[in-house]
Design a protein around this ligand. Structure first.
Ligand code: LLP
Length: 434
């Protein structure tokens, strides 16, 4: 197992633990498939960002947890008590955050196509910042704020034209992107001038997000360089000094023993050094810096537990281990071939010397979780754990093949509590007009 994250362990019974809790006991108590989250690990990750940003950037700088990575009521409660903001991308995330009692004045509302209804809901709920993706959105935010007799702070999303060297599907800051406004042909300048002409949409600064699962600080520094040079242009052209620069999210997480580690505080320190120098070089006031980590807050804190069913050996081809979940609870291998570490939770100390492909239960050949990896030889009834599933698993889960979504159990200091119930068959048809 190589202890790829500090919240996993193996106890005296040879069982995998997370946050000190025995995963085999959890699987027995709550059934499988089961998402398990270690609350203390999430809190530690929040603290790393909060403390590093506070240390290196001007007052008012802060992290905003990108809740698309994992959105349910309890996560907003945890994040709220850690005193960090949130990034939301839909009225559904906004509603969930409000249901958790989150003060959404500490929220950035994202999305490349917010409807008028989304905008009105956000403004009336008191969302701190809208990240406006286009000229139409600036116009709509201004118009709706005026109608409501309010003003609304906005940031403009700019695509800095940086290739973050990650998967194309999760790379967002290149010029050819559905997100934001590109710098080319004066487009970003044009939208800035348009936003500055508005009375109810109040321009506070700029945003960029270059992609996800990025292992190096260099692409962030490249993006900051482009953005600060742009800030300087906007100061020269319009006398506009940005109060906020939001650098987005994207720090990578270690999913397998082969992958490297991101030292978040160190990287933030490096980015800060560069941002400070760039502001000096371009004679712009150092803005408040916002960052929007999603994956690196919650991924490592989560595992998914399954029960093994059929094991099938196809001589000369593959050995398949089937589990009672799959792409409905974790579509990331099917979508991106994202690598995962798999462990036999009830024999975690046994040698991982069996080459296997872990497959789900859907009627679909691509329903795989990992291909040709080394694991313990597992048989029907064993508990199989997939590690580092806290981000973009529950939030991307579906009911494909009418499979109910698993519950979420949160462990803290060795205790466990049910946070999200397992979906029932009744839930599956609850919206159907019978
Ligand atoms: N800010 C913005 C504007 C974003 O679009 C994203 C992620 C984040 C922050 C958070 O990025 P993170 O720190 O989590 O890398 N479903 C894909 C990931 C899509 C990321 C979308 N945007 C996956 O499962 O890998």
């Amino acid at each position: 197992m190589n202890n790829i994250q500090d919240c996993y362990g193996i106890n005296e019974n040879g069982h995998l633990t997370i946050g000190g809790a025995d995963t085999v006991c959890l699987a027995e108590k709550y059934g499988t498939p089961l998402y398990v989250l270690d609350e203390n690990k999430i809190r530690r990750q929040c603290a790393i960002y909060r403390d590093a940003i506070k240390k290196h950037f001007p007052e008012g700088s802060m992290p905003f947890y990108a809740s698309k990575a994992l959105s349910f009521v309890d996560i907003y409660k945890i994040v709220k008590s850690e005193n960090i903001g949130i990034d939301i991308v839909s009225p559904g995330e906004l509603y969930t955050a409000i249901s958790a009692g989150f003060d959404v004045s500490n929220a950035c509302f994202h999305g490349n196509n917010k409807t008028d209804a989304d905008i009105e809901y956000g403004i009336t709920s008191g969302v701190g910042y809208f990240v406006a993706d286009s000229r139409e959105e600036v116009e709509a935010i201004d118009r709706i704020a005026k109608k409501l007799g309010k003003t609304q702070k906005i940031l403009l999303r700019i695509t800095p034209g940086i290739d973050p060297h990650t998967l194309k599907a999760i790379s967002t800051g290149r010029v050819d992107s559905k997100f934001g406004t590109p710098l080319i042909e004066g487009k970003a300048e044009e939208i800035t001038s348009f936003a500055l002409s508005k009375e109810n949409a109040i321009l506070c600064g700029f945003h960029c997000h270059i992609g996800s699962q990025i292992f190096e600080p260099a692409p962030f520094i490249d993006a900051a360089t482009v953005m600060i040079s742009f800030l300087s242009d906007m100061k020269d052209k319009f006398g506009f000094e940005a109060d906020v620069l939001n650098l987005g999210g994207g720090f990578a997480v270690k999913y397998t023993a082969e992958q490297g580690e991101v030292n978040i505080s160190e990287y933030i320190g490096e980015i800060a050094k560069n941002v400070t120098n760039l502001c000096e070089k371009y004679s712009v006031k150092m803005p408040k810096i916002f960052m929007e980590p999603g994956r690196s807050i919650v991924a490592a804190a989560g595992i998914t537990l399954y029960t093994v069913g059929t094991r099938k050996e196809i001589p000369g081809f593959k050995n398949y281990i089937s589990i009672d979940g799959g792409m409905p609870d974790n579509p990331r291998y099917a979508l991106y071939q994202s690598p995962y570490t798999v462990v036999c939770a009830n024999r975690a100390n046994a040698p991982a010397d069996y080459k296997a492909t872990v497959c789900g239960r859907c009627c679909e050949s691509g329903d795989l979780i990992a291909e040709d990896i080394k694991v313990q030889k597992m048989d029907r009834g064993d508990t199989l754990a997939v590690l580092v599933t806290g981000a973009y698993n529950y939030s991307m889960a579906s009911n494909y093949n009418r499979i109910p979504r698993p519950p979420i159990v949160i462990v803290k200091d060795g205790d466990d509590r049910l946070s999200v119930r397992r979906e029932s068959f009744e839930d599956l048809i609850k919206n159907e007009v019978l």
